[in-house]
Ligand binder design. Structure first.
Ligand code: THU
Length: 129
């Protein structure tokens, strides 16, 4: 069902800019009206990084999207196939929580399969103003 989204996340991972951590991540976000927005992590010195998930989300929000169905994420050591799943960091979970319902699906993919969790499962009691 989410094969295309997982494939796009893997392709996005090839565009990561991660010279400091050597850890590349790709994400593909599905909007409620069926569009896919991709992102990769982008780093700068002094431990600055913006995650793949937030780069995908902010691109979509900039284009006017406010409703989302799912995001696929894949990551691991740059230049190699991911050895494990890459669950979104806490900041990304909280950023997704601004726009996504508790049932929003987070697909964590690696070459031999994937896990799906809802946002409510990954971020219980997320902060809202
Ligand atoms: N990173 C992501 O892009 N997404 C995640 O879910 C976890 C971490 C990035 C941030 C940083 O560029 C690198 O992975 C290592 O932490």
């Amino acid at each position: 069902m989410y094969e295309e989204l997982i494939q796009k996340a893997a392709e996005a991972r090839n565009k990561a800019y991660a010279p400091y951590s050597g850890f590349s991540v790709g994400a593909a976000l599905l909007t409620a009206d069926g569009k896919i927005y991709c992102g990769s992590n982008v780093e700068a010195p002094s431990f600055l990084a913006c995650c793949a998930e937030r780069n995908a989300l902010y691109k979509a929000v900039f284009d006017g999207h406010r409703n989302f169905k799912a995001i696929a994420v894949t990551g691991g050591k740059a230049g190699a196939e991911p050895e494990d799943i890459c669950p979104p960091c806490g900041i990304c979970r909280q950023a997704l929580n601004e726009f996504c319902d508790p049932e929003f699906e987070i697909i964590m993919a690696k070459p031999d399969g994937y896990f799906i969790k809802t946002l409510a499962e990954l971020l219980p009691l997320g902060f809202k103003e």
